[in-house]
Design a protein around this ligand. Sequence first.
Ligand SMILES: [Zn+2]
Length: 407
Amino acid sequence: MNTRQVHTILKETDFVHESGTAEELRVAEYLKAQCEAMGVQAALEPFDVEMSSVKFSLLTADGISYPCHGYRLCGSGSVEAPFQYLPSMDPLSLAQVRGKIVLLDSGLSHFAYQDLFEAGAVGFITYTGNVFYRDHDIDQKELRSYVSLGKKMLGVNLNAKDAAKLARQNPATVRIEVDQEEYAGQSHNVVAMLPGSCDEYLVLSAHYDTTSLSHGSYDNMTGCIGLLCVMDELRNKDLHYGIRFVFCGSEERGLLGSKAYVAAHEDELSKCVLNVNLDMIGSAMGKFIACVSAEEGLVHYLRYLGSEIGWSIESKTGVYSSDSTPFADKGVPALSFARTSPRNQAEIHSRNDTISLLSDKQIIQDGRFVAEFTRRMAQSAKCPVTRTIPDKVKNELDEYLNRKRRG
Ligand SMILES: [Zn+2]
């Protein structure tokens, strides 16, 4: 794969392609065609996703109206109540929310939402963006089903500048109205295989969907191109372990594609010796990292490999907020690679995630490193990574997947 091909792929997928939309499906078909152009068959595996189209959203505060987007899947209707800015979720703050509509500084995690609901809040307001930027973008957020567990409450999202204005106004009363149509939809994983001589295999994953405002160049067409790079480098090699490529849909809504993959393939996960996930590589600036949800030995192996072949890498154990996590949760050793950008050099989940953040050359170099690591694993006589997830990682998985509060 060369820089011209990388640039073409980035250009041809340079549009918003959110979970469950026709645009997401278009990119799935595009990735399938990219695999097949290399002579590797690929198939789309559909899975169900909850969808919503928000028809109408309104926020007024003592008669002043604010541009907003109603949360998807939060229900339809209206609510009017006293306003409460809630910068913290400590017990004293929560004791003040009964019967109120709250403005939050954070997104809505499972436990935060459940706490607000239990404390009697009747509506919520969040915000995204940056008070220093000129844009007035408002991200389209969603009340995820694993956050609400069916307990719905109306909510809207604002631009950060309007959130500051609302906090300063400190109105007596706010009113939220949302009208939306909720329906069942589909998203897809794109699956392709390079066979090995034994029936066990590695799974390489990268998500291809975007959020509502992002074209997803850095997050995560770069990871998808990384997978295509690996496919290109290894497609004519003799492999002991096979390599299955999974381009995941709907990652941005809570890893829905990889969760669907591990559920649909549960009975064969024992054959998956390792998951290697890519989420954001090839940025013009930033360091290469490995987040290992597997034994400590793999952390050291990556450091040694880096030293041996001259590749700077920061390697540690942990849980990465990406598609490696559902694999680790099923007991499959997993890791995510990324080139993480310094603060203010790249942004994701906004209009600022564009091709201009990236280096075609760096994408290829990062892809080649992943291919070298993958080759060593796939050609190993016995995959050296043991099938044990350390207790520290299991604990982080419990917290990340909302089975346990953060300690
Ligand atoms: Zn991502």
